[in-house]
Design a protein around this ligand. Structure first.
Ligand SMILES: Nc1ncnc2c1ncn2[C@@H]1O[C@H](COP(=O)(O)OP(=O)(O)OP(=O)(O)O)[C@@H](O)[C@H]1O
Length: 245
């Protein structure tokens, strides 16, 4: 069951085998207007390929979340080039941005589950954005994905009845159920104890490797650096080092 779940994308991917999932070139970003205008990101260059897990560390205020939201098509690109699955985001129309967002899985520190929906309904919501699946198929895929993250017996639980680690696993199921080619995670283990944090990233790593998607993860958690293919360090808005742990 898991194999079929992880090998059948629900949406056609627009990416060729050799094209990077993410390509950032000469990206600058500013906040504020006039004399208060302040540069936050400086000449960011970054390429991610399918199946790669890249972690980004850096002090508070160095620009990590800003970069992640730019890559996630959640904020407008001002200067430089940012291509997600070959699609240039700079100057892109709203409809294009919406299309790109549908192909990205987002996992945030505060899992952002909807409280009034059960675990399976939260996961289903992500698939309902995609065309071409019947309600039965959506339900089945959501249940299979929850089973893949070890929550087969919690599908009908509301978030308030789940532990922090379980909620984060629902968020992972929601992010990965549509087989995105790119997953963006902003401190997914920050609210978890070390055991749950390790379980959550191990799960993300396994599913990402099986699905062949790229992960860009912001983290302050030194205990999980070993899952990375590369660790990037952002300091004062500049990507400083690229290393293999
Ligand atoms: N909407 C905004 N308007 C103005 N300044 C902002 C805005 N968002 C962020 N900043 C500033 O940009 C800088 C980078 O913020 P960002 O949230 O990207 O940092 P970060 O590295 O993710 O920090 P943290 O680790 O604390 O989350 C900070 O100085 C912040 O104050």
């Amino acid at each position: 069951m898991l194999t079929s779940l992880l090998t059948q994308p629900s949406t056609p991917t627009l990416i060729s085998a050799t094209e990077p999932v993410l390509q950032v070139e000469g990206l600058n970003h500013y906040f504020g207007e006039g004399s208060l205008r302040k540069q936050i990101l400086f000449d960011i260059n970054l390429t991610l390929h399918s199946g790669e897990i890249v972690l980004m560390t850096g002090p508070s205020g160095s620009g990590k979340s800003t970069l992640l939201t730019l890559v996630g098509a959640l904020r407008s690109v001002q200067e430089g080039s940012l291509r997600v699955m070959g699609q240039e985001l700079r100057g892109a129309k709203q409809a294009t941005l919406v299309q790109v967002r549908k192909q990205i899985g987002y996992i945030f520190q505060a899992h952002n589950l909807l409280k009034c929906l059960t675990a399976v309904q939260n996961v289903q919501m992500s698939l309902e954005l995609h065309n071409g699946l019947s309600p039965q198929q959506i339900r089945q895929r959501a249940e299979e994905m929850l089973a893949a993250v070890g929550l087969a017996d919690r599908t009908h639980y509301y978030p308030e009845k789940l532990s922090g680690g379980q909620k984060q696993r629902v968020a992972i199921a929601r992010a990965l159920v549509s087989h995105p080619k790119l997953v963006l995670a902003d401190e997914p283990t920050a609210a978890l104890d070390s055991k749950s944090g390790r379980e959550v990233v191990t799960l993300m790593e396994r599913l990402a490797r099986e699905q062949g998607c790229a992960i860009l993860m912001v983290t302050h958690d030194n205990r999980i650096l070993d899952i990375a293919d590369r660790v990037l360090h952002l300091e004062d808005g500049r990507l400083e080092s690229h290393s293999i742990p």
